[in-house]
Write a protein that binds this ligand. Sequence first.
Ligand code: GYE
Length: 306
Amino acid sequence: GCGGDGGSGGSADDGKITMGFSQVGAESGWRTANTKSVQGAAAAAGVTLKFSDAQQKQENQIKAIRSYIQQKVDVIAFSPVVESGWDTVLKEAKNASIPVILTDRAVDSADTSLYKTFLGSDFVEEGRKAGTWLTEEFKDSKDPVNIVELQGTTGSAPANDRKAGFAEVIGADPKFKVIASQTGDFTRAKGKEVMEAFLKANPDIDVLYAHNDDMGLGAIEAIEGAGKVPGKDIKIITIDAVKDGMQALADGKISYIVECSPLLGPQLMDLAAKAVKGESIPARVVTEETTFTQEQAKEALPSRQY
Ligand code: GYE
């Protein structure tokens, strides 16, 4: 411990863990639920949480991590906004002997000793699930299926992987055509704006695949604004299954949602406690998730936590 420094350091001798947590931002309903989960789990586990919101900017996350290193926290957790460009700051944490846990999103560092574990979803699998539903839904159709895609934040693991998993599945049948694909930054406002542009440029859209509920919800406004009926004229597939998304699914506006759980807090606190004690932890912890049809959304909605 560092008891003599006036108590600002993390590793005080009271056995309490101090965690520095750098969050991506507050871009979506998923993110809000994730922040609540982390804060609630920290309080429940008696972990002192130093929390910062990077507003979807990597430079802010790097600053936050450097400040956590300076403050000598016991453990650093963060959800990297993009996959690339973390090696330098992760080396700084490693040199300071502070364990790092990746939560929600991955980094592409070749040196995996720079972090202890990655806790989060399998985003490629989520993209595959979205693609599988689509191929089933249109299995009897001989006509081409025109798809537009709203991608998540450029360079982020969920955007890269959800695109790849979906493309892998629909790529098996040439009738599925992605006619436009652009980032909507995981926000409602951007989802609406980009969908408006898609609708103007493409008179014949059959399907929207949005990498999260929020962009899908923004796109619904654009579709309705263009005089079309979401869920009928254009089928919509999204990922996350937050309450607002589930409501739109139950209402028939969204056709299918692949779940991605934001409730990572309790598992994060368990892993952090072990990492601080120097116990070995698995290099990858994948969260368990399901999918929802419109009927399943109606059943699940009343008890949905987020
Ligand atoms: O799907 C999206 C959020 O990284 C899994 O980030 C997360 C994604 C989530 O903005 O809504």
